[in-house]
Design a protein around this ligand. Structure first.
Ligand code: ATP
Ligand code: MG
Length: 188
């Protein structure tokens, strides 16, 4: 049998990864309830409770050989002593263009903006490519493929103290996204 160039080419192994913060148990429960209410109004598909998160930086496919360097960049950010902060979900919104219903905040806490900034700088310096949007809009996706004729009111803000951030590997299993934390760093 003749072995072709394509057959012998070594395909680089990658992981789909992103930095994020996760709500604590109480906030997760309330956000999951909110996702359920939103799904009832907007159809679509709610995000499962354990998957509810706030993305800080999405890297996409990264060579597994580069994951150590990625963790090293996060270590550097941790070393600068970024301050812990409270995240407060205060509003429910809907993006028509991508049909995402999400929980957001009226004003992003400075600690969050500092953390995102520090991560973006450290990642750029380490040679990682990612979408650097003009402005970072913190959002917690609750329902995908949504069509929202109206949005439910929040009974009150959902607030949780953010002490750490994680690096997460996103995988597909049986048509669902499964998130596996592969690194964890602390705020001070
Ligand atoms: P699925 O794509 O299966 O519906 P998902 O969007 O949660 O699930 P990923 O696509 O792996 O899973 O995305 C992980 C996180 O990164 C999510 O918070 C997602 O909103 C965010 N994300 C994905 N793609 C981008 C992108 N191009 N820019 C910024 N954030 C992104
Ligand atoms: Mg996605």
């Amino acid at each position: 049998m003749q072995v072709t160039e394509t057959n012998t080419a070594i395909r680089e192994e990658t992981a789909r990864v992103f930095f994020a913060i996760w709500p604590d148990a109480a906030a997760q429960r309330r956000l999951a309830e909110l996702a359920e209410r939103l799904e009832a109004v907007c159809d679509g598909r709610k995000v499962r409770a354990e998957n509810i998160h706030l993305t800080l930086v999405f890297l996409g496919e990264v060579s597994i050989d580069r994951l150590d360097a990625l963790c090293q960049a996060a270590n550097e950010v941790q070393g600068t002593g970024v301050r812990a902060f409270n995240f407060a979900v205060e509003e429910v919104s809907y993006w028509k263009h991508n049909r995402i219903a999400y929980a957001g905040t009226a004003k992003a806490p400075q600690g969050l903006l500092d953390l995102v900034d520090a991560l973006q700088s450290a990642l750029s310096a380490a040679g990682f490519a990612f979408d650097r949007q003009a402005s970072y809009i913190p959002h917690i996706t609750l329902v995908r493929r949504a069509r929202c004729p109206a949005l439910p009111e929040l009974a009150g803000p959902v607030v949780w103290p953010v002490h750490e951030w994680v690096l997460v590997k996103s995988e597909q299993a049986n048509g669902r996204s499964v998130y596996l934390p592969i690194g964890r760093w602390s705020l001070v």
